[in-house]
Design a protein around this ligand. Structure first.
Ligand SMILES: Nc1ncnc2c1ncn2[C@@H]1O[C@H](COP(=O)(O)OP(=O)(O)OP(=O)(O)O)[C@@H](O)[C@H]1O
Length: 287
């Protein structure tokens, strides 16, 4: 069962198109949603949350059309946006009062526990919080209304590695509950490598892949060879080329089939970060 399904979703802006994207997030999984600046991550998340109107396609949350999601299910989605939009003059205490009215399932005890755990003062105004504190407060809110689906847009960016680790642990705790699901967009691939079960890579408004994280690194490989050998490699397998003064690195897809067909070149293991970098740069050789 999927918590989230996107089918052929298209959204056109003047200079950008979210182009016919499809991917699923299985219930109980953490989906890492990665892509460079402007690739379309926030647009996708806004579409999922029905904050923008899509031009075509279908989005289903727990099997319901996102446009017709019943209120009680809507209340089970915890959302954190980068640069939280909480009012500057509110304190955590004020926010708790507001959230109690917004969410029928608001759990004050859980919220207070998170404030303590994150060492967030009750009475300090939001504008006087540090970036890390603001992010933690947003996460505490998202986790305090019995959410079963967390949608996090760059929730760990701009935070130091220790705070990031602390927050990633909270996400891992959250996912221990069998039915809980996370969609986490991030620039920080190491965070995704640490906690995600699946990775969806969006590039220039299109989905390049949406796959199980562990299988991904077996599908791709890097061949290191002299520049003049690049042309011997079957272009159908090539997803990206990088050249430097020592030679060339060629990222290939479908490594198993490549190995069976070709004994001359031996692809080496790679990482999600490298796969993304190569694919973003394209098939033309670049230093
Ligand atoms: N309301 C809008 N009107 C016109 N263009 C928009 C609007 N919102 C977003 N865009 C454009 O859509 C593109 C994708 O933006 P989006 O915020 O989805 O990217 P992103 O992957 O989240 O990037 P980042 O990692 O930088 O946040 C950008 O070119 C942006 O300028």
């Amino acid at each position: 069962m999927n918590a989230l399904e996107l089918v052929n979703v298209t959204k056109r802006y003047n200079n950008f198109t979210l182009d016919n994207i499809s991917f699923n997030v299985p219930k109980g999984a953490i989906m890492g949603f990665v892509g460079e600046n402007g690739a379309g991550k926030t647009t996708t998340i806004k579409a999922i949350l029905d904050l923008i109107r899509i031009d075509s396609g279908e989005i289903r949350i727990w099997g319901h059309s996102s446009k017709k999601l019943p209120m009680d299910l809507k209340a089970q989605i915890g959302v954190v946006f980068d640069g939280s939009n909480l009012h500057e003059n509110l304190t955590a205490n004020n926010i708790a009062l507001i959230m109690k009215n917004i969410y029928p399932n608001w759990d004050q005890k859980v919220f207070s526990d998170y404030l303590r755990k994150f060492q967030l003062p009750n009475d300090k105004k939001f504008k006087d919080y540090s970036r890390g504190m603001k992010m933690k407060l947003s996460i505490a809110i998202a986790l305090s209304h019995n959410s079963k689906l967390l949608i996090l847009d760059e929730a760990t960016s701009g935070l130091d590695p220790m705070v990031r680790d602390e927050i990633l642990d909270i996400f891992l705790d959250f996912i221990q509950e069998e039915d809980n699901t996370i969609l986490l967009s991030s620039h920080i691939i190491s965070d995704i490598e640490k906690i995600a079960d699946y990775v969806t890579f969006i590039h220039d408004g299109k989905i390049v892949f949406s796959e199980n994280k562990d299988e991904l690194v077996y599908k791709y490989g890097v061949i290191r060879c002299p520049k003049e050998d690049v042309k011997k490699i079957d272009r159908n397998f090539v997803v990206g080329i990088r050249e430097n003064s020592f030679g060339a690195e060629v990222m290939i897809n479908n490594v198993d089939l490549f190995r069976r067909r070709n004994r001359e070149f031996i692809p080496e293991r790679t990482s999600i970060e490298e796969i993304m970098l190569f694919i973003s740069r394209g098939k033309e050789a670049k230093a």
